[in-house]
Ligand binder design. Structure first.
Ligand code: GLA
Length: 373
């Protein structure tokens, strides 16, 4: 017994001297007073079959986003059938753990059954029918979680990198006002939930201007939009900091909240020169572009940690304008970047490794926040 106390005292002594540092502070404590900090969670997390992932979320995060369970394809797999099971569980997990709950996503071109756009005979439907379907979907999903889900990604990825509108079925069948309609229906279904537009590469000047035009247009039509999400699927050399600053300032000047909604940092080689962030694109696997299958070399781990530090310095500069930072996933083990834009690679984009341990990147962020205070 005496021996045990002796060792404990030695450890306390050493850690006060900074020699042993076992401390793994909760991110939500570290960022308190700045912004909410969270993660996109999958079913294994909310059902707690992946109990270690669930523990990380409970310890570190005060906001969660549904990684997949609320996407049209999963929550509304056939025109006359909804499947709320996993989404209900997601919301229950968030409420039980006192979290700010983000619903993702109502209107998107991807992960949606093609039958939404077709009649029984397989012909493309007309504007009025699609608007009716859109309204029914939004009323049903948003209505079910009224006063439980705190914010919704209402429209996801509607704008191309060059600032034009993405050529989706929504645009083709309804026309440009499908975006206003989606926000209008979401507001009618839950006037108290925050409503967001969410996209990637927002900082590209043409895209930024297009997002600003969209926000102004909605405002001029008296349609409520509360914030813009910057997905933040970033890399070692993007986004450009000046462009990021300009984007945050522009959205803030329009009176809207800014959030980083899907943060991760891709460290693997890009598959091709014409690579873009288009989710529907997939490239062929080859071993040269999967260099870390046997583990992350310490120097790359360090590089990632430095990059995360840089990114959080950039984010913290805007802490009064940014209301939330959400990572896209919890550990490297389940990150979507193991399978995109090439299936079956070993990627390391998050703060927690494959054995649920905090990485260097986690500690580098803690250091940045502490030095910022
Ligand atoms: C986009 C979507 C997310 C998710 C990621 C990758 O950013 O908004 O829902 O699908 O791609 O998984």
């Amino acid at each position: 017994m005496k021996k045990k106390i002796f060792y404990v005292l030695i450890i306390i002594g050493l850690s006060t001297l900074g020699i042993v540092d076992n401390e793994e502070p909760a991110l939500k404590e570290i960022f308190k007073g700045h912004f909410l900090i969270g993660a996109a969670v999958n079913n294994d997390c909310v059902y707690e079959t992946d109990s270690k992932a669930a523990e990380i979320v409970k310890k570190h995060f005060n906001t969660i986003t549904a990684e997949n369970s609320m996407k049209w394809l999963l929550i509304h797999p056939e025109n006359n059938r909804y499947d709320f099971e996993a989404a209900d569980k997601f919301v229950e997990f968030g409420i039980k753990n006192n979290m700010f709950i983000v619903g993702h996503t109502l209107i998107w071109h991807y992960q949606i059954p093609q039958s939404v756009f077709l009649d029984n005979k397989g012909n493309q439907i007309k504007r009025d029918t699609l608007l009716k379907r859109m309204r029914e979907h939004i009323y049903t999903v948003v209505g079910r979680y009224k006063h439980k889900v705190n914010g919704w990604d209402v429209v996801n990825e509607a704008i191309n990198d060059n600032g034009t509108l993405r050529n989706s079925k929504w645009l083709e069948i309804i026309g440009e006002d499908y975006i206003s309609k989606a926000f209008q229906f979401a507001n009618e279904a839950d006037p108290d939930a925050e409503l967001y537009y969410n996209d990637y590469f927002n900082e590209i000047p043409e895209k930024r201007d297009a997002i600003m035009r969209l926000v102004r247009k909605l405002k001029s039509e008296n349609i409520r939009i509360d914030g813009v999400g910057i997905q933040g699927h970033w890399g070692l050399d993007y986004p450009d900091e000046k462009n990021f600053d300009a984007f945050v300032d522009s959205i803030n000047a329009l009176g809207l909240k800014v959030m980083i909604t899907e943060l991760d940092v891709d460290i693997l080689p890009k598959p091709a020169l014409n690579w873009s962030a288009e989710i529907a694109e997939r490239f062929k696997y080859s071993p040269e572009i999967d260099p870390y299958i046997n583990g992350l070399p310490p120097e790359v781990d360090e590089l990632l940690a430095n990059r995360y530090a840089q990114l959080f310095r950039m984010i913290l500069k805007h802490k009064v304008k940014i209301s939330r930072v959400t990572f896209w996933g919890i550990t490297d083990r389940t990150s979507w970047l193991n399978n995109w834009p090439i299936r079956g690679r070993t990627n390391y984009p998050l703060l927690f490794d494959r054995s649920y341990k905090p990485k260097k990147a986690y500690f580098s962020i803690i250091k940045i926040v502490k030095s910022d205070q």
